[in-house]
Design a binder for this molecule. Sequence first.
Ligand SMILES: Cc1ncc(COP(=O)(O)O)c(C=O)c1O
Length: 383
Amino acid sequence: MEVYDFAIGQTNPETFPMDAFRDAAIAAIEEEHDAFNRYPGGKGHAGLRQLMAERESQREGVPVDPEMIALMNGSMQAVTLAGQALMQAPGDIVITEEYTYSGTISAYKGIGLTMVGVAMDEQGMRMDALADTLQKLQRSDQKVRFIYTLTTYQNPTGTCMPLSRKKQLLEIADRYQLPIVEDNCYGDVHFDGAKVPSLYALDDSERQIYIGSLSKIFAPGVRLGYLLARKPHFNNIVSQRFDAGSNYFAAAVLAQFYKKGIWEHCDVANPVLRHKRNLVCELLNETLADFCVWSVPVGGLFIWVRLPEDIDMDKLRQVAAANNFYFAAGKDFHVDSKQVPYLRLAFGHVPDDLIKKGIPVLARSISAARTSNSARDFETLFD
Ligand SMILES: Cc1ncc(COP(=O)(O)O)c(C=O)c1O
């Protein structure tokens, strides 16, 4: 029985570089086996940090010091440690987009932070809503400690924040003296158009904390991500870790794999992902244009679909699952777990033939989970 699994954001097994990965693993063992006898320490493999500094510097056009990079066990560890370092007391507030990565919601709520969501539009977090929210929270007993934002290929909505809005965000954060944690987990899973500079490239203040990953350009199983920050946050965040460092073997293999830079593999993987994005969007257009609106992301792994108001989300999940179609529901990404008429499609790892068969299954499931067959009464992704 075929399974249409659009639920989890994973890389595409079709472009996994098996031969080069095997060669890199052998070279890492031959050349670095001695170092495997030692604990890696807080920052981790120097060669991979150097490569990630080059990756960031080439993309962002600013110098990046590898000594200000700490490798992590996936970017998720960096997200969590940054929250722990910036929180001073349980109940402290972190501001995020209204919809954000479900893993971050679990981690931040899990360590005792209160999450306050800010309304979004097609360009990410809305700055009028952010300014309003911060003004209101000034009167609260709970303290706002930082902003966590996904400015690029946002998970789940696929939005990108343009330069003008990033500058506004920096101004607001400066006014309130708030650190910003910018999670650029999907950085370099890029399909179309020019890349917009990251917040740390636009602002050389100590308040910028940046998170990158190898999960999305290589594979999540290597569990490698990184934190890039300036003092004092860099030291404060790294001092929260008690795991003796991240997997040195995985780092050594990837340092070998990326010896000639990181772009070669991106140039192979990204066009295939772009093709999958186009295929999903074409099929959505054929089957759901009268009822739904969706994002056409310029990068990342997700398409965000707005559903008609009369959808029963629980029924949709049941009907879809009964037909082997799996998606992530909007509620899972809402900071207050609100039941919302949205779903997220992760397309990166789904073979083309299953995309072609799967999207019509989704369309039929949506029809079955509605109380009417009326056309949508909205034109945009957000109100
Ligand atoms: C926005 C975001 N941040 C962090 C992560 C964690 O990724 P990893 O720990 O594999 O680098 C994910 C994974 O999906 C994500 O979407």
